[in-house]
Design a protein around this ligand. Structure first.
Ligand code: MN
Length: 515
C-alpha cells in the first residue's frame, strides 16, 4: 500500500493547503473503499493510492492528485458527488466526475471504432487533467492485469494500445505511451511478445560492451571540446515499438538500428548542434537517417536531434541529442508544462498552447478540415471558437495555465456517431435535423424520422455526446417551417429555408422519371 507520505513527498507543491488537500483525500478514499477488494484480493484502496502516486510523480497539481485518490469513490464506493464537492471543492469534483464518465466508454475492437472512441474520450474529457488521471488509472490497472478474469484481459490490453497509448503519445507523454504498450503487449500476442523479448536480448548482448565503449568515447570528446554539464545514457527501445518496427521491416532485425540508442543531454539548443557536429566529425552518419526534430518538432511537441552513425565500437548506432527541457517534455509531455510552469514562464506557456492546439487538431481532424495549402506552409483555419480560445490563452497571465487546462474545450461541441461508427461533430444541443443535413442535404430534405441509440425519436430531439444516430428517409418527406426551430446549425437552417422557398414558388414541371 502506497503510504501517504510517499505521495506527499512526490508532490511538486509544498504549500500547506495542497498537502492538506491530498492528505484529506487519502483518508477519505481509504474510508470510502473500506471492505472493497481488487480482483487480486488486495484492498481496493491500493489502486487509487498508486494512481495518485503516479500523478504526483508526473508533477500534477494537488487537485489532480486528490482526484486520483478519489477517482473511483463515486462510481464504486460510498461517496456522493455532493460530499466530494463539499469536502474537496468543485475543481476536484469535476475531475472525478470526468474520469467516471470516461469509464463508461468501452472499446470493442473494431478499427474504425478506435478512432471514434479516441475522439469521444477527448470530447467527454472537458479538462486535460481528466485524461491524465485516466491514463494514470489505466497504467496502474495494467500492472495488475494478471488478476483480471482472462476473458477480459485481451479487450483491456487492446483498448490500452489502441485508445490510451495514442492519447498519451498525442499529449507528448512518451514514457506513459511506452509503459502502457509494453504492459499490454503480452496479453495481445504472447508469442510475438516472447519473440520481441528475445530479439532485444540478443541484440543487447551483441552490442552492450561496444555501446559502453562508444559512450565513454563520446564523453571524452565532449569534455575535450569544453561542453559542460552534459550527461549521456543508453535508451533501450520499448518491446511493442520494436515489434511494430520489425513488422515494418519485414522481420529483418539487421535493419533495426535503434534497439539501443545513445542519448546525449546538454544544457542549451546551441550545445545540441555542437554535439552533433562533434559526433559527425568523428563517425560517419548514415545518409537519410539524420532528423532535426528541434527545427521541425513533431506534432506532439517532441524535440531532439536524431542521427545514425557507423562506429567501429558498436556498429550502427542511433544517437539522440536534446536539452534537459526537451528530455523532460519527451517523457512527461503536456504534464511537464503544468509541473514546471513557474520555471518556464512565457516560453513554457507558448509551447503549452501550441501543444494543446495540435493535439486536439489531431484527435478531431474534422474540426480542421478547411486546410489550405499555401506554398510550403500549411495554413489551418481554426474554427472561430478555437481561435477565441487561443487568443484568450495568449493574453492570459502565465499563472493561468492551470486554468487553461480546466477550460472546457468542448463546451461548444459534441460528437455523435453514424450507425457504422463515423463521427459527426455538431454544436451542443443539435438535433437529428442538424445531423441529417451534416451528412448530406438529400438526407436532410427527406428525413422522416430518427433512431437514437436504437430508439425512435422525433427529429427535434436534442442529441447528446456519444449518441448513435440513424436517419429514416422517405421520398415524400420534406422540410416544414417547424424544422427551423429544431435546427441549430446554419447549414441545416440554410437548406431548410431553401427548400421552403422552392415550395412556395410554382415549381417548374419536372419530367417524370421512368421507373
Ligand atoms: Mn480506477
Amino acid at each position: 500500500m502506497t503510504p501517504v507520505k510517499d505521495i506527499l513527498r512526490a508532490l511538486k507543491s509544498d504549500a500547506a493547503e495542497d498537502i492538506a488537500l491530498v492528505a484529506k483525500a487519502y483518508e477519505f478514499s481509504k474510508r470510502a473503499h473500506e471492505g472493497h477488494t481488487r480482483y487480486s484480493g488486495d484492498p481496493y484502496f491500493i489502486h487509487p493510492a498508486a494512481t495518485a502516486l503516479i500523478l504526483a510523480e508526473y508533477g500534477m497539481d494537488a487537485a489532480t492528485v486528490a482526484a486520483g485518490l478519489l477517482h473511483d469513490t463515486i462510481e464504486d464506493a460510498r461517496a456522493s458527488a455532493e460530499e466530494v464537492e463539499k469536502t474537496f471543492g468543485k475543481d476536484v469534483l469535476s475531475i472525478v466526475e470526468g474520469v467516471t464518465k470516461l469509464g463508461k466508454h468501452q472499446y470493442h475492437g473494431a478499427e474504425r471504432h478506435a478512432e471514434s472512441l479516441r475522439r469521444l474520450m477527448v470530447a467527454t474529457a472537458s479538462d486535460i487533467r481528466v485524461l491524465i488521471v485516466k491514463l494514470a488509472d489505466r497504467y496502474h490497472n495494467m500492472t495488475t492485469l494478471e488478476h483480471v478474469p482472462e476473458h477480459k484481459q485481451k479487450r483491456i490490453a487492446l483498448e490500452t494500445v489502441e485508445i490510451f497509448a495514442p492519447i498519451a503519445d498525442r499529449l507528448g507523454m512518451g514514457k506513459m505511451k511506452r509503459d502502457l504498450e509494453d504492459l499490454a503487449f503480452p496479453y495481445i500476442d504472447p508469442d510475438a511478445y516472447q519473440h520481441a523479448v528475445e530479439v532485444r536480448k540478443l541484440k543487447r548482448k551483441e552490442n552492450a560492451a561496444g555501446l559502453l565503449k562508444l559512450q565513454k568515447e563520446v564523453q571524452r570528446l565532449l569534455a575535450h571540446r569544453n561542453i559542460k554539464n552534459f550527461h549521456t545514457d543508453i535508451r533501450i527501445k520499448g518491446l511493442w515499438s520494436l515489434h511494430q518496427k520489425m513488422h515494418r521491416k519485414g522481420d529483418d532485425i539487421t535493419k533495426i538500428y535503434d534497439i539501443a540508442a545513445l542519448r546525449v543531454i546538454v544544457p542549451t539548443v546551441e550545445d545540441c548542434y555542437t554535439v552533433l557536429g562533434i559526433i559527425h566529425a568523428e563517425w560517419n552518419p548514415l545518409p537519410g537517417e539524420f532528423k532535426d526534430f528541434i527545427a521541425l518538432e513533431k506534432p506532439n511537441g517532441y524535440r531532439s536531434l536524431h542521427t545514425t552513425i557507423l562506429t567501429p565500437e558498436a556498429g550502427i548506432v542511433e544517437v539522440q541529442v536534446r536539452t534537459e527541457e526537451m528530455h523532460r517534455e519527451a517523457q512527461f509531455g503536456i504534464a511537464s508544462h503544468m509541473a514546471y510552469k513557474t520555471l518556464g514562464g512565457d516560453a513554457s506557456r507558448r509551447s503549452f498552447i501550441t501543444a494543446s492546439l495540435s493535439w486536439f487538431s489531431w484527435l478531431i481532424p474534422s474540426l480542421f478540415r478547411n486546410q489550405q495549402s499555401t506554398g510550403t506552409a500549411t495554413k489551418v483555419n481554426h474554427p472561430e471558437w478555437l481561435a477565441e480560445l487561443k487568443d484568450a490563452h495568449t493574453e492570459a497571465e502565465s499563472g493561468e495555465i492551470v486554468d487553461g487546462l480546466k477550460e472546457d474545450f468542448f463546451s461548444h461541441r459534441m460528437f455523435v456517431f453514424t450507425p457504422n461508427g463515423d463521427t459527426i461533430d455538431l454544436p451542443v444541443s443539435s438535433t437529428p435535423i442538424d445531423f441529417a443535413y451534416e451528412i448530406h442535404s438529400g438526407v436532410g430534405n427527406h428525413a422522416h424520422g430518427a433512431k437514437v441509440n436504437g430508439k425512435l425519436v422525433s427529429l427535434q430531439t436534442p442529441l447528446k455526446n456519444g449518441d448513435i444516430v440513424e436517419i429514416l428517409q422517405k421520398d415524400s418527406a420534406h422540410p416544414t417551417a417547424k424544422w427551423l426551430d429544431g435546427a441549430r446549425t446554419s447549414l441545416a437552417k440554410r437548406h431548410i429555408r431553401t427548400a421552403l422557398e422552392n415550395e412556395k414558388q410554382p415549381t417548374p414541371v419536372k419530367k417524370k422519371k421512368k421507373g
